[in-house]
Design a protein around this ligand. Structure first.
Ligand code: SF4
Ligand code: SF4
Length: 438
């Protein structure tokens, strides 16, 4: 904490700003550091929501209630509008609720457009022929790319958060969607250098490219990169032409086959069996381990955590944090896979709905379920999701790899006292604590 207190706040949004550079201790307007930090927190959560709303709108789905909340949230952070710390905590909780609504909207958009995901095996090697790697979160962009590359002989690969696309019937129907390459977003530079294919960045989590592949990279939607051709709309002809000008990849199967596409319907179709296995002690505990991954060294925790779990536990996962663990063979418990990939970060809504259904099945509240959330965060969607989980009253979440930098002692006190939020420590210690408590 001592380190963080060096910069209590930072705001330079109006002309009164201290020394003409920035208010860093207290606002010239009187804004306290904790209020400034809570304003930042609210803006970060709403940014996360905006990303999901963008992808829902791409598919023709909008919600004026969410738009109205966003206006109110942004307005509250203007100069001389709201100096009330407690109200900003309430607004963050409201943002969490609105983000649930947003994730529901996006899930509806995905399912109504591409069908509900089904468990699907995904290859991780290359297939002989020219190729395109699509990275990011944009199912709409990927769907259009698949349509336009049909019959061209080009193979399409997903990277990172597009892995869950393989589970959607409306996307997996394309035979030239041949596999997933690489892991979470931060291996891009090494991965894109390695494979001489065209690359399409469809959303956030694109990295400034290395020179050796800059001319074969393209962006679309919200993504933009220096010196990289941007495609407005969904005509991917330049990407296809680039792929056709590049050498063929060799046939080289990957070391692992991944499984993705566990939807709410698929998991809940197993609910009677799950209930029986829990009641007979064959499943002792469920964990949700995932979230936004980052290259921070401390993030190795999440793999070690899952590797150290007893065999009578089931792990649900989602978002790019899954790549820390989805190559592990955790086996099954009487036909129930011990590792269940629910999809992208916005599929946190699937996890929530499954948890709610299990709570109903066992006749208890979510906090009484033998379920613990162990989440990694990196960027603003994760902030929105964290507030969604807190808004649902979920307590005892383990968060890592680090405490968000805008959380000061005051905010941490609220998060701990009201929500029992815990920071990850070491896997064995945390597992022991979790299994003892529940
Ligand atoms: S709004 Fe307040 S805290 Fe922000 S720059 Fe202006 S005076 Fe400083
Ligand atoms: S889950 Fe988060 S960190 Fe990972 S690719 Fe998506 S937005 Fe980026």
């Amino acid at each position: 904490m001592a380190e963080k207190e060096k910069l209590d706040m930072f705001c330079y949004q109006c002309s009164q700003t201290a020394r003409g550079t920035g208010c860093t201790v207290k606002g010239v307007c009187g804004k306290e550091a904790t209020v400034a930090r809570l304003q930042d927190n609210l803006l970060l959560a709403t940014k996360g929501m905006a990303a999901y709303l963008y992808h829902a709108r791409e598919l023709g789905y909008t919600d004026t209630k969410i738009d109205a909340f966003l206006e109110r949230a942004f307005y509250s952070t203007f100069t001389n509008v709201n100096f009330d710390a407690e109200d900003f905590v309430n607004l963050a909780v409201e943002a969490g609720k609105m983000n649930i609504r947003t994730m529901q909207l996006l899930k509806k958009a995905h399912i109504e457009t591409y069908g509900e995901p089904e468990p699907t095996k995904v290859q991780t090697g290359t297939v002989k022929g020219q190729g395109i790697i699509a990275t990011g979160h944009g199912l709409k962009a990927l769907g259009e790319l698949l349509k336009q590359t049909e019959q061209t002989g080009i193979n399409v690969y997903t990277h990172s958060e597009l892995l869950p696309a393989h589970g959607y019937p409306g996307l997996k129907k394309y035979k030239h969607l041949v596999g997933n390459l690489g892991k979470a977003w931060f291996d891009q530079k090494q991965l894109f250098s390695k494979y001489p294919v065209a690359i399409l960045g469809t959303s956030n989590c694109v990295l400034i490219p290395k020179e050796d592949y800059r001319d074969r990279m393209f962006t679309t939607g919200p993504a933009r990169l220096p010196g990289v051709q941007h495609i407005t709309g969904y005509d991917y002809t330049p990407v296809i032409q680039k792929a056709q000008s590049l050498p063929e990849l060799e046939e080289k199967p990957g070391d692992v086959i991944l499984t993705t596409g566990f939807s709410k319907s698929v998991v809940l179709s197993l609910k009677d069996k799950i209930k029986h296995l829990v009641q007979t002690g064959k499943i002792n505990h469920f964990f949700l381990v995932g979230g936004c991954d980052s290259p921070l060294k401390k993030a190795v925790y999440f793999r070690e955590f899952v590797q150290s779990l007893p065999k009578n536990t089931v792990v649900l996962t989602l978002a790019c944090g899954k790549f820390r663990i989805n190559d592990l063979n955790l086996g099954e418990i009487e036909g129930i896979p011990r590792l269940i990939d629910l999809g992208q970060c916005n599929d946190a809504i699937v996890a929530v709905e499954i948890a709610e259904a299990l709570a109903e099945l066992f006749g208890m509240g979510i906090n009484e379920l033998p379920l613990t959330l162990v989440l990694s965060w990196m960027e603003q969607k994760a902030v929105a999701i964290l507030w969604s989980l807190l808004a649902l009253g979920i307590k005892g979440i383990y968060l890592g790899p680090i405490l968000p930098a805008w959380v000061n002692d005051d905010i941490l006190k609220v998060l701990k006292e009201k929500y029992d939020l815990r920071l990850i420590s070491n896997p064995d210690q945390d597992i022991e604590q979790i299994l003892k408590l529940k």
